[in-house]
Design a protein around this ligand. Structure first.
Ligand SMILES: *Cc1c(COP(=O)(O)O)cnc(C)c1O
Length: 373
């Protein structure tokens, strides 16, 4: 145990012999990319599995985010969260859009609808919320605000694969949702991503833009990009769908074990399941109240590392604290008090389907023993 590194996550991979069979088909067909058979099959199978209308596959989640903003012709200012992975805000910057940070809700850690409303200006065109850790945003309140002010809603749903609200996929809310299939995510295609949308015309436009803007052999309708998923990734992804339900069930057991063991450690808190939500247990963040726990978050983070347990401080620093964004008026500490507190408290503990329960217990024991008495 002491010698084995436990990382924050470990990817699930398809059975190698199954993947080799797919590779043989690809070698046979010599069709490597540009909407091949595996790409078509994977798009259909994903839409079916997720319970959504249209899926457009991408080479990664960041290009999906950047392209989604292009497809919807978003300009001016977009309201977003500082408590996310940097790609959320980078996608705005790459489109020449001014990010406007609004504070998060202290319970869900997602954008607080009241703070969104307060940040709207005449230049605001859209809201880009994140379902952080796969916990759904207040989709009803966000839709209400978007409808009143005439704003588009593009969800960064990179963490929210297979998350449902009352049996309906969280990806069905907003004008579009973006998924990431990066190796570290719940569902991976090594690198990869997708845009989820609700109508065929939009799906078509997304597919033009991810292929240089081609809408026919000689017709280019926009300055598109190359963001296509290739056949190897699509074949890999198709096989991944066979194990995803089992993976999430195993993640739930790990999360439940953490909760049972951590609940009596003073100064350590965690997020609870939400009513009516089917979670994916993508991450297991804990929050260290240094006064109650007697040690700082960073001290605990280093302590775990010294035992070869590599949690991650997702999300620290806040996006608004990186020099490239910290000069924005909305990035000031006074504007984001909740996010500023949470970013100092969080550690994401290791969670993945094959994490052994005895390893979970070891991790909890280190946290318990390190606490000041
Ligand atoms: C992973 C992630 C992305 C980026 O996705 P990639 O597939 O790695 O490009 C965007 N937003 C969030 C919230 C993420 O966690």
């Amino acid at each position: 145990m002491e010698n084995k590194k436990i990382l924050v996550t470990q990817p699930v991979m398809p059975p190698l012999d199954e993947f080799v069979k797919s590779l043989e088909k690809i070698w046979e067909s010599k069709w490597l990319t540009n909407n091949g058979q595996f790409h078509q099959d994977f798009e259909k199978a994903l839409a079916d599995h997720l319970g959504v209308k249209y899926v457009s596959l991408f080479s990664n989640g960041t290009l999906a985010l950047i392209s989604a903003l292009q497809v919807m012709r978003i300009t001016g200012e977009v309201i977003t969260t500082p408590y996310s992975f940097v790609a959320t805000t980078h996608a705005l910057r790459w489109n020449g859009i001014k990010p406007v940070f609004a504070d998060i809700d202290p319970v869900t850690l997602n954008l607080d609808p009241k703070k969104i409303e307060a940040a709207i200006t005449p230049k605001t065109t859209a809201i880009m919320p994140v379902h952080v850790y796969g916990n759904p945003c207040d989709v009803v309140a966000i839709k209400e605000i978007a409808d009143i002010y005439g704003l588009k809603v593009i969800y960064d749903a990179a963490h929210a694969f297979d998350v449902d609200i009352n049996g309906n996929s969280v990806l069905n809310f907003g004008d579009m949702s973006i998924l990431s299939f990066h190796a570290t995510k719940v569902f991976n295609t090594i690198e990869g991503g997708a845009i989820i949308c609700n109508d065929e015309a939009t799906k078509k436009r997304i597919d033009y833009l991810k292929n240089f803007g081609f809408a026919g052999e000689t017709k280019v309708i926009a300055p598109g990009i190359n963001a296509k998923m290739n056949e190897l990734q699509a074949a890999y992804g198709l096989l991944q769908l066979d194990s995803i339900d089992d993976s999430i069930a195993k993640r739930k057991i790990v999360a439940d074990t953490y909760k049972k063991c951590l609940k009596d450690i003073t100064g350590i808190s965690f997020l609870n399941d939400m009513d009516g939500v089917k979670h994916n247990y993508a991450y297991f963040p804990i929050f260290v109240d240094s006064k109650e726990y007697g040690k700082s978050r960073d001290a605990l983070y280093e302590e775990l590392k010294s035992h070869n347990i590599f949690g991650r401080r997702y999300f620290y620093p806040l996006i608004s604290q990186f020099p490239t964004y910290s000069g924005l008026p909305s990035a000031s500490a006074g504007n984001l008090p909740i996010a500023e507190r949470i970013t100092k408290e969080v550690i994401c503990l290791p969670i993945y389907p094959n994490l052994k329960l005895c390893e979970v217990n070891e991790i909890v024991n280190y946290i318990y023993n390190f606490k000041s008495v």
